[in-house]
Design a protein around this ligand. Sequence first.
Ligand code: BGC
Length: 694
Amino acid sequence: MKHILAFDARAIHRGNKGLAIDHVAVALEVDALLARMTTAQQINELRGSSPRPIDGLYYAGGDATLGLPPYKMVDGPRGARAGKATAFPVAIARAATFNVALERRVGFAIGLEVAAKGGNVLLAPTINLLRHPGWGRAQETYSEDPHHMGAMAVAFISGAQNHVLTSPKHLALNNLENTRFAMSANIGMRALHEVYLPHFKRCVVEAAAASLMSAYNKLNSVYCGEHPALLTHILRELWGFKGFVESDWFLGTRSTAAALNAGLDIEMPAAHHFTDETLALALVSGELTHAIIHRNARNAVYQKLAWRLADQHAPDAAVVECAEHLDLARQVAEQSLVLLKNEAGLLPLDNRSGLRIAVVGDLADTVNLGDRGSSFVTSSAVTTPLAGLRALAEQTTLTHFASHSDFSALNDFDVTIVVAGLTYKDEGEFIPGAQQEAEGSDLARGGDRADLALPERERDLIRRAARASKKTVVVLEGGSAILVHDWIDAVDALLMAWYPGREGGHAIANVLFGAVNPSGRLPVSFPKSMDQLMPWDVAALSVEHDLLHGYRYLDHHGHEPSFPFGFGLSYTTFSLSVFDVRRDGSAFRISVQVANTGARAGAAVVQLYVGAEESSVMRVKNELKGFGRVQLEPHEVAVLEFELTDADLRYFDVEADDWRLDPCVYRMSVGFSSRELSLVTRWQYAGDGWRELS
Ligand code: BGC
């Protein structure tokens, strides 16, 4: 029987240059360099020098006389945003794979393409927690769960940092788009440390992320770009961060002395508050000191020496959109597709029995890669769902009907595939019009979704098609949770496709025809209605954050979502047995057997959740603490192993300003989603030791 580690740190971190730095040696070198630098040279390192990107690169600092190269920063989370590059599925789609090894490879590939474009800093991953699925940039991030987010981000960074520095963003709580330049995310220390920051911490501590981008918004009424507790106390003093913090663009730096004093090292994309004049004034007034300029300049140049950036050469441009990356983009898309409904086993469709298939909807024939904000990537070719189906069809005939066609003929077809959903016009990063026009792209509306329902045109399309068809499959595109309650009963099958990247059409065809068994699982709960979630106001200027959102909120309030976090169907079935939990030092070794009980090979995603009972403080019902993905042949059984440390069980004690392991009962459960936890065991911590409860 094969034994599989749910998270194999050695494999994930392979080649991560950030983890191989000799900080003692670098510190000496950096101090020697700083001693040689004039104040003007130090100041030069504190700011970007390109208000607009040059061939996709944003420059910061750099001084040939000192042998210091500039940082050359490139967006972003789904590929290199510099000319044409491999457009991978958006991050939320990749998160649905629950496949950290694959995400490491995506990070590796994007990092390589960024390096080939001449970049040395990748402005990714986006790791703002998906507090509410209406966030316009939901597609850019990984998850509503901090553990899941952290695992995917660590994998991405370790892959990318084989080639370039990464910059996880946006520190912190940047989770409302429309008011991002003004809103204050208000939060207590417990929820901050337990829910909204743990994934940032993992990027710094486990993956040695080389830099971080601060957020536009405020945290407890102070702009994140000038927040001393965030940028210095938490980031450097508690987590030991050694890299640089750059501001988010345009309105990310709000002041001169306050920002520098707080620990913002580099103003991007160009000097506005960190100009020679403003700095001189701040020095004269005494608000700013030379010691701070020295400190921040040191932070700014540290990674240039640590990473030996001066000696780096761009890899051959042939790696961009190379066959291997296209293959990877397709594999990731295949594993990201989440089968949400499959009435009477309608899917997979038989490609060899002369099926007559109608493909309905404009989106079937539309390049739909996601929003057109800073994470937009264009590829030299993109396979749409219709093109993917056509490429794979054998003895199947396919007929396309545009959205406004007469659907009365649909009844003559064996099955109808409706491709419906959202585009960059419905959700995404909102970039002020001027910038969009300058880049020659369509005016992207993007922004947050006030309502999680599909636009009326898409609902109407699904309903009309379903009414006229014998059998209906819906392929849904979009970057987050979508309400389905008003049309789900009318359709036979539903496949969540996200924004599946340049090879997405092939992936969709492979899953619909059964060449690939779907294995994606939801990284975000799909509620039945907006009422099941917390109030959501896309114009809010002040937003309270606490321990409850996503599945935590649904569990706490006893709401039954349409599809829970972690859920996804397969063309085969799985079962769990032999749940074994053992104490080992200050951790639990947990194992469970997972069997493929059906007739097809497929991948199971097993999830480990923990809840605390009889705790002295409020606890959420269940929290994800581990997950593992296992590929199994029919009837094959494997053992999946997790490690759960005492540190994973602690809560943040606000009084003590520290983490604390509460003496209480810990309920550990495994299953196939946050709402399907079949095996449970309880352990009691008495303050001096552990015992298993029967
Ligand atoms: C976005 C960042 C992005 C930057 C540079 C900002 O508006 O918030 O995520 O990296 O632009 O394009």
